[in-house]
Structure formats: structure tokens, C-alpha cells
Design a protein around this ligand. Structure first.
Ligand SMILES: Cc1cc2nc3c(=O)[nH]c(=O)nc-3n(C[C@H](O)[C@H](O)[C@H](O)COP(=O)(O)OP(=O)(O)OC[C@H]3O[C@@H](n4cnc5c(N)ncnc54)[C@H](O)[C@@H]3O)c2cc1C
Length: 437
């Protein structure tokens, strides 16, 4: 029996904790929030099939919000694109606080211990391995907790990943340039009759490089203001003022949320395992880099991690023993999303008028928006050529577009070069290809 310690009650950490505890290990989770404040104060989309994949029962008592057709607006609001939602009982909008509490209750049912109100300060390392965590207890005392394996599920700015010595090879930082900065709030709805069946998404709203949304719910107005690389209070205020002018039912009182967060919009980090350490979820850069969705990826990655770690003999969680976790995750999802990260990188180089041009000239269509979910089936050489040709009137965009699209043709190389077993030289070669794209 090994001792597993989890930094942060992130989704991936909790599914790993659940499965490791079921396999007979002692598991403890250190979370800085309390059970009252853990998880986000709003609803987000997820796929219920993720629970099946990690052998956890699906929640039966949870209330879900209905999904809606999405309408995308260009910055000038002269053109819209509609993505029709195909109803499915498996795709739901879930209350993020309730979701984490559900995962916690499942973990507790198999003996996982929770230390809420405990802030993880850093990893505790010996020369060649991660041995534990430095933690500040709710009473303000600093202490070290030791484990055979540290699972880092503390999100994009994980203090554990940031503290690891360079010799472990794990990237410490996810740069702000690769992050989506978001403000999200549920505002009061002043007119109960106000109704809009759509989930309205505004590209480069008020000229800010990013994406905002407005969803008119039964009981509130769900607003997100999001920008690549950074977001100021002035930009938030501009977006909210524009929404208020367009949606008179949006009141001024915030009924839920009302704070800023960050989402990594990058490819998965090129190394997420070290001796005694594995990162999962946002801490490992596991999101769809265009739309920022990471719940399903994190849950499923946690399942893969537990599966691999449970097969490790004598609790000797070396980098070699944990590598199959990274390899399986990348083959399943991570490698495919590299191209989505390229598309996002291209979008981040644009100005509002470029986005107007892309939408008005059918360069950005339903097909490309659909790619946010990672479906790149339409992309081939002819497709790229056709798109580049249409870009000709704004030819100055071509070098940036060509640079990002070059990655598409190199994608099969990443997958085929990825070693199934850890071998230092081969992993180094693979990382060089992966990081260069
Ligand atoms: C506004 C918004 C909308 C989103 N919408 C969607 C969506 O519709 N669908 C989707 O799939 N994804 C969505 N995401 C992304 C999704 O939230 C993340 O990808 C997902 O939560 C990642 O899960 P995780 O396992 O990495 O853990 P996280 O959710 O990042 O949780 C990390 C946990 O670690 C804790 N923690 C952090 N630091 C410390 C510390 N020092 N000590 C102790 N504990 C710590 C945190 O309190 C938190 O509980 C959205 C994100 C935002 C911000």
C-alpha cells in the first residue's frame, strides 16, 4: 500500500484519488478552499460519459442546466454564425461547486482523507524526486507531508509545479501569453419576461482580443468576459457596459461569481511526470486550447493516471513507471490538441478588423468553430490552400497563418515519435519536436 498525496481538489486529482483509494492505497487531498467555497460558482459544460470512463457512478441527484444553440458575432456585429446544439442526455451544464462536492463525496466513500483550508505552498524535493508537499494548515502552521507519489491537481498556477527544480525537466511556468483571462458573473435579471434562447458569443467584443458571452437564463444573466494574455478592470467594465446597453434586463447586482480566473490555452506540457510526481488537469495544460474546456480531459486523465500508478510495483513511482500515463493521455487527446493550440495562437495575433474579415469572407465558418472541440477531420492540404487563398486580400496575415498551419502537417510526426516506454534520449527527441510545433 502506498501513500498518495494530492495537491488541490481538482477534477483530475479527485478521479485519480478515487481510483487509487479503490485500489487499496492511502490517499490524502490538500485543498486551500473549504467545502463551502470549493469549485466555481457557476455552470459549465461537460460530458457525463467521463464518469463511466473513470469507473465512477454518474451523479443522479445533480441538477443540470439545458444546453443552447450558440450564436457567434463578429466584432462589428454584422455577421452571425450559428452552431446548433444536438440534444444529448450526456452533454450537460453542471454546477461547478456541486460537481466538486460530488467528486469529494465519491472519494470519501472509498476512504480518501481531505484536508480543507490547507494551502499547498510548494513541493518538497530531494535531489532526484518529489517526496511531499509543504502545506500551511488552517491554523496557519507550516508543515511537510510526505508521500510516495504527489499528484499535482492544483490548477494552472500550481505552486508545486512552479517549485520543482529545473533538473526534473518539468516546465515550471505556463506563460500568461498562453492563458485566457476570464471574468465570470451571474447578474440579476431585472425583467423576468426577458428571454433569449441563444448562447451568444462575441468575438473580440469591444475590440478586446478574446471572446465574451451572454446567456439569458431563467433566473439570471450569465456573463463572461475573456481575453487572451491579460484582462484589466477597464476592459471588463467596457464589455459589461456594452452588454447592458444591448440586454436591458441585465441588472447591476452580481448574484453568483463575479471574479477573475485563468484558463491555460496551451498544448499539454511536454513533460508532466518526474520521480514521485505527476501533474494532471490545468496544472499539466490539459484543456482544449481554443474553448478552454478542461473538465472532461482532467477527469479522464485522472483515470489514466490511477490506472498506470496502480500497476506500479512496490510504490516506486519513478519517471519511467509514470511515463505511460503521459503517453496514453497524449495519444488519446493531448497530441491532437496541438493543432488547436496553433489555431488559437493564430487568433491571438489578430485585430478586430481581421476577425470581421475572416467571418465576413467565410474563412472562419461553422467548420472552424467546430474545431474548438478538437475535431480536425476537415483539415488537409487542399483545405489549408483554400483558406490561405481566401486570406489574400489581407495578405499581411499570411505569414502568421502559414506559420501556425505548418504544425498541421507535422502532427503525425509528434504522435509517431512519442516513445511508448521512457527512454531519456528518445523522450528528449520527442520533446524537441513537440515543443517546436
Ligand atoms: C469561466 C470558466 C469557464 C469554463 N468553462 C468550462 C466548460 O464549459 N467546460 C470545461 O470542460 N471546462 C471549462 N473551464 C475550464 C475548467 O474549469 C478547467 O479546465 C478544469 O477545472 C480543470 O480542472 P483541474 O482538475 O485542473 O482542477 P481545477 O479546477 O483547476 O482545480 C484546482 C484546485 O486546486 C486548488 N488549489 C489551487 N492552488 C492551491 C494551493 N496552493 N493549495 C491547495 N489547493 C490549491 C483550487 O482551489 C482548486 O480546487 C472553464 C474555466 C473557467 C474559469
Amino acid at each position: 500500500m502506498s501513500k498518495i498525496i494530492v495537491a488541490g481538489a481538482g477534477h483530475g486529482g479527485l478521479t485519480a484519488a478515487y481510483n487509487m483509494a479503490k485500489a487499496g492505497h492511502r490517499v490524502a487531498v490538500y485543498e486551500k478552499n473549504t467545502p463551502e467555497t470549493v469549485g466555481h460558482a457557476w455552470h459549465d459544460g461537460m460530458w457525463l460519459g467521463s464518469f463511466d470512463r473513470v469507473n465512477m457512478p454518474r451523479p443522479t441527484e445533480m441538477e443540470f442546466r439545458p444546453n443552447k444553440d450558440m450564436v457567434f458575432f463578429n466584432p462589428k456585429k454584422t455577421k452571425t454564425l450559428t452552431l446548433n446544439f444536438e440534444p444529448s442526455a450526456n452533454t450537460v451544464f453542471v454546477d461547478r461547486h456541486a460537481l466538486v462536492l460530488y467528486l469529494v463525496s465519491q472519494c470519501r466513500s472509498v476512504g480518501v482523507e481531505f484536508y480543507f483550508g490547507s494551502e499547498v505552498l510548494s513541493g518538497e524535493c530531494s535531489f532526484d524526486r518529489v517526496r511531499g508537499l509543504r502545506v500551511r494548515t488552517p491554523e496557519g502552521k507550516e508543515e511537510t507531508v510526505f508521500g510516495d507519489l504527489v499528484i499535482d491537481a492544483a490548477g494552472m498556477d500550481s505552486p508545486v509545479r512552479k517549485s520543482l527544480p529545473a533538473r526534473f525537466g518539468i516546465p515550471n511556468e505556463i506563460p500568461d501569453a498562453d492563458a485566457f483571462f476570464v471574468y465570470r458573473a451571474y447578474f440579476e435579471k431585472t425583467d423576468p419576461e426577458a428571454f433569449d434562447p441563444r448562447y451568444s458569443v462575441y468575438f473580440f467584443h469591444c475590440g478586446h482580443p478574446g471572446m465574451d458571452w451572454m446567456i439569458t437564463e431563467e433566473d439570471c444573466m450569465d456573463v463572461l468576459v475573456g481575453k487572451f494574455g491579460g484582462l484589466s478592470q477597464r476592459e471588463i467594465d467596457e464589455s459589461l457596459a456594452d452588454f447592458r446597453a444591448e440586454y436591458p434586463a441585465m441588472g447591476s447586482a452580481v448574484v453568483r461569481g463575479g471574479y477573475m480566473s485563468k484558463i491555460p490555452l496551451t498544448k499539454t506540457l511536454s513533460l508532466i511526470v518526474a520521480n514521485g510526481y505527476a501533474a494532471v488537469g490545468d496544472a499539466a495544460g490539459m484543456t482544449v486550447p481554443l474553448n478552454g474546456c478542461g473538465i472532461d480531459l482532467s477527469l479522464q486523465a485522472g483515470g489514466i493516471l490511477a490506472n498506470v500508478a496502480s500497476g506500479v510495483k512496490d510504490g516506486n513511482y519513478t519517471r519511467e513507471a509514470l511515463w505511460p500515463y503521459q503517453e496514453r493521455y497524449c495519444i488519446l487527446d493531448g497530441n491532437k490538441l496541438v493543432i488547436v493550440a496553433k489555431l488559437r495562437a493564430f487568433l491571438a495575433t489578430l485585430r478586430g478588423e481581421n476577425v470581421d474579415f475572416l467571418l465576413e469572407n467565410d474563412i472562419l465558418t461553422q467548420t472552424e468553430i467546430g474545431m474548438a472541440g478538437g475535431n480536425m477531420r476537415a483539415v488537409n492540404f487542399r483545405y489549408i490552400l483554400r483558406k490561405l487563398k481566401r486570406l489574400l486580400p489581407q495578405a499581411y496575415l499570411l505569414p502568421a497563418a502559414a506559420k501556425q498551419m505548418k504544425g498541421v502537417v507535422r502532427l503525425p510526426k509528434i504522435t509517431s515519435a512519442m516513445p511508448a516506454a521512457y527512454d531519456e534520449a528518445r523522450v528528449k527527441r520527442w520533446r524537441a519536436i513537440y515543443d517546436s510545433i
